[in-house]
Design a protein around this ligand. Structure first.
Ligand code: SF4
Ligand code: SF4
Length: 429
């Protein structure tokens, strides 16, 4: 069957309003982390916007070069928040990735990973477990529980420092229902969207979050049916069909809770993005809207929903007397507008000195698959963040996105800095 022009540009056309908003002023060039490293027009929102307009006009086709240029974006939204016309070009970029996937498909082995592994939690867990058996052989330890990716794993970034896979996943060590301890009244029931990183790599963090919430009177449910948020699949790769299946799985898994909390800014934002990118029917639109409204970032939940007093934030023993700085994940600060809540929590902790880093909201360069495809570029972006951290003299850099934390960890180790990288919840007793 012949493909109509409308079919070829179906997703881009849904965001034509954003596309036409750009007035080509070039202001975004000052803020785009990719452009600031490459100084190439196709790196920045204005150039990508022009490229997509040329595609719509039939002057460009779905070539490999076009797809590559689309991928070279961290979706940080610095262009949008600094744009005089508030043009949301990242929306158009995600949509254009989806149309590109329809036209070109996804290359091997990513097609297997996105379509077969990530949507199947048990299979995904088994693959991760299988990989963990070999991490001691192929991934020599460099520092503590950090492993150095060998050259043969170049798809994951040559020489990258990554935390090791946990011996037991979070879902294996906590029950589905976690009630407050005896003597603590249950105030509400929440679902915990654990995300892949906390489940497979940082289960101690997950256990700590459940314990903290339980002590504050929150019953925490960890549904076994939940899966990956889908960010690498529908936002990174543009595979909306698989993304929809993943979204449907997660929506069903969290039907019976008041709120859905997440310790990962990317997951939080992506779960809320289901309705914008994946709602292809009125039923899905309703279900995704209801689901997204219940999703809360952990710091937002503690400050705005639970409204914990400052005294609730007591320091973990290892952070007493330390100087702490905060890195704003793009998905938290620009996608969700959450800026004050994490700072409020850190500043409330007695015995911890807070110091603001310069450009705390600048992208760290992680951006999921972006840092796999373009690790050298990703490292250059990260090095600016590392310089900012160093200028504060902080002992600890804190964030609330495990993806950012991996990037920061890689950056501080590469630069031989004596700085610890922690999740904001790890600061708390
Ligand atoms: S995206 Fe915004 S800042 Fe960038 S060129 Fe267009 S109008 Fe200007
Ligand atoms: S989202 Fe970020 S990386 Fe992408 S074009 Fe905008 S500023 Fe550049």
């Amino acid at each position: 069957m012949a493909i109509t022009t409308r079919d070829r540009y179906e997703q881009i056309k849904r965001f034509e309003g954003d596309l036409s908003q750009c007035m080509k002023c070039g202001f975004c060039t000052f803020f785009c982390p990719v452009y600031q490293e490459e100084f190439v027009e196709s790196s920045v929102a204005r150039g990508k916007n022009m490229m997509i307009r040329e595609l719509l006009a039939g002057e460009l086709d779905y070539t490999k070069e076009y797809a590559d240029r689309l991928n070279k974006c961290t979706l940080c939204m610095a262009c949008t928040t600094n744009c005089p016309a508030r043009a949301n070009i990242p929306n158009v970029i995600v949509a254009a990735r989806a149309d590109t996937v329809e036209a070109r498909g996804i290359k091997f082995p990513y097609n297997i990973v996105y379509r077969w592994v990530l949507p199947r939690r048990t299979l995904f867990g088994n693959v991760v477990r299988f990989a963990s058996w070999f991490q001691g052989i192929f991934l020599p330890k460099t520092e503590g529980t950090i492993r150095h990716l060998s050259m043969f794993l170049s798809a994951l970034g040559k020489g990258r420092q990554i935390p090791e896979i946990a011996p037991k996943f979070l879902r294996q060590v906590v029950p589905v229902v976690n009630k407050p301890p005896a003597g603590v009244e249950t105030r509400m029931k929440v679902g915990y969207f654990t995300g892949c990183m906390t489940d497979f790599v940082l289960p101690d963090l997950g256990e700590h979050i459940i314990d903290f919430l339980n002590r504050k009177g929150v019953e925490v449910v960890v549904p076994k049916e939940q899966g990956c948020c889908g960010a690498p699949v529908f936002l990174g790769a543009g595979d909306f069909d698989t993304g929809r299946k993943m979204a449907d799985t997660n929506v069903k898994a969290f039907e019976d809770v008041d709120y859905i909390i997440s310790d990962c800014a990317t997951c939080t934002s992506s779960l809320k993005d289901y309705v914008k990118f994946l709602a292809d029917t009125s039923e899905r639109k309703e279900a995704y809207t209801k689901f997204g409204d219940k999703v809360k970032d952990i710091s937002e939940f503690l400050v705005d929903v639970l409204k914990l007093p400052a005294s609730a934030y007591q320091p973990a023993s290892e952070v007493k007397g330390k100087k702490v700085t905060w890195h704003d994940p793009c998905h938290l600060v620009r996608h969700l507008g959450i800026k004050d809540q994490p700072r409020q929590i850190i500043k409330s902790i007695p015995g911890v000195e807070y110091v603001e880093m310069p450009n705390a909201d600048r992208c760290c360069g992680m951006a999921g698959t972006f840092s796999i495809y373009y690790y050298d570029l990703s490292k250059k972006i990260a090095d600016k963040k590392v310089e900012a951290i160093e200028s504060t003299g902080a002992d600890i850099v804190v964030s609330s996105c495990p993806g950012c934390e991996i990037q920061l960890l890689d950056g501080v180790i590469r630069n031989k800095m004596p700085v610890k990288v922690m999740h904001i919840m790890e600061l708390l007793q």
